[in-house]
Design a protein around this ligand. Structure first.
Ligand SMILES: C[S@@+](CC[C@H](N)C(=O)[O-])C[C@H]1O[C@@H](n2cnc3c(N)ncnc32)[C@H](O)[C@@H]1O
Length: 327
């Protein structure tokens, strides 16, 4: 992978090496000192996995362009990755990157049933179950709309639901997201830069250059020779880290609990309450994040007050409304 990257113009690789670290696992180690803000690594546009590159591929592009409505960003990238992985010739550079990707992931959709049951009652459990169902539905849809129509390009034994899950998770745990100057969002998987682990001790230090289309990593702090280079994935609570990346941060200052509030549609006065929730910016199923800074957000109380309203409360509210509209 590194030889391919250097050949196509990546810079910085001579000052880094891949190594195993305690806790974070494989990552990149410095071979020289870096001052904070110094450029460490640049991966040129041609090597990046993006939707645009998937569409530009001479074999895959025409299929993607003829699929209407277009596939989601996630599905386009997942198919692109599996397509390159399935090729027996050509695509040598990108395939050397695919070969360096982990064979399996530890995010919550890969938990065994008994492992996930330990999380029963948490929002991680609920969201993971929903995600598993969505992945099954999306996969069935992809087979009907795309994969099953082009068996020459997508041999189904290399595009199984397990492969699809693996490809999705490769992007969830390794891709970087940017907002471009025109406001559009961009998801990029950058070979080698995707080997960098998360640390809360560095500032945001990875950037996409819209002019050259390249991805760079700067030093997020001063590094001595032999230090692990890290980037900052974002201020992410542990349940999201576990769902997308398969790890948690001890004492995570951004930790939160997603409280799911819901009301059965057969509950008394449901329709009237639904209108009141909408007026308060809520929904009949509302997910509200409880954080250490704001452990009881006002939306929780608003939701519950509306849920507990009885016939006389609702009549009083209707009267008050009538009052204000007559003036
Ligand atoms: C972008 S990849 C980084 C490279 C990865 N370690 C590898 O071997 O390919 C992100 C993955 O690295 C691991 N990771 C990153 N930062 C971590 C951290 N602070 N603690 C534990 N694991 C971490 C998680 O498995 C995560 O899904």
């Amino acid at each position: 992978m590194e030889n391919w990257l250097k050949k196509v113009g990546a810079t910085g690789l001579d000052d880094l090496e891949l190594a195993d670290f305690p806790v974070t696992g494989r990552g990149a180690r410095t071979l020289r000192r870096f001052k904070r803000g110094e450029r460490i690594l640049t991966i040129p546009s041609d090597c990046l996995w993006t939707v645009e590159h998937a569409y530009a591929d001479p074999l895959l592009g025409p299929v993607l362009r003829s699929t209407q409505p277009p596939l989601s960003v996630e599905d386009t990238l997942a198919i692109y990755l599996l397509f390159v992985r399935s090729r027996e010739a050509g695509y040598d550079g990108p395939r050397s990157h695919v070969a360096a990707l982990p064979a399996s992931y530890s995010s919550s959709i890969f938990f065994e049933n008994d492992e996930l049951e330990v999380c029963a009652g948490t929002s991680l459990y609920t969201i993971t179950k929903q995600l598993e169902q969505r992945i099954e539905d999306d996969y069935r849809g992809l087979v009907m709309r795309v994969l099953g129509l082009h068996p020459d390009l997508f041999p189904l034994d290399k595009f199984t639901i397990a492969d699809y899950k693996w490809a999705l998770c490769s992007f969830w745990s390794r891709a970087m997201d940017f907002v471009l100057p025109d406001g559009k969002s961009l998801r990029v998987l950058a070979p080698f830069a995707d080997m960098l682990n998360h640390s809360p001790d560095v500032v945001q230090c990875h950037a996409y250059d819209p002019l050259s289309g390249s991805l760079s990593v700067l030093a997020g702090k001063d590094y001595e020779v032999g230090d692990q280079v890290s980037i900052f994935y974002g201020s992410i609570p542990n349940n999201r880290l576990l769902r997308l990346y398969g790890f948690v941060m001890p004492d995570n200052p951004n930790d939160s609990y997603d409280l799911v509030l819901s009301t059965h549609p057969m509950a008394p006065f449901y329709e009237q309450k639904q209108k009141l929730w909408a007026l308060a910016g809520l929904d009949s199923i509302s997910t509200i994040s409880l954080t250490l800074i704001d452990p009881l957000p006002k939306h929780v109380l608003q939701y519950l007050r509306i849920q507990r309203l009885d016939e006389s409360d609702l009549a009083a509210i209707a009267l008050r409304k009538l009052d204000t509209t007559t003036y």
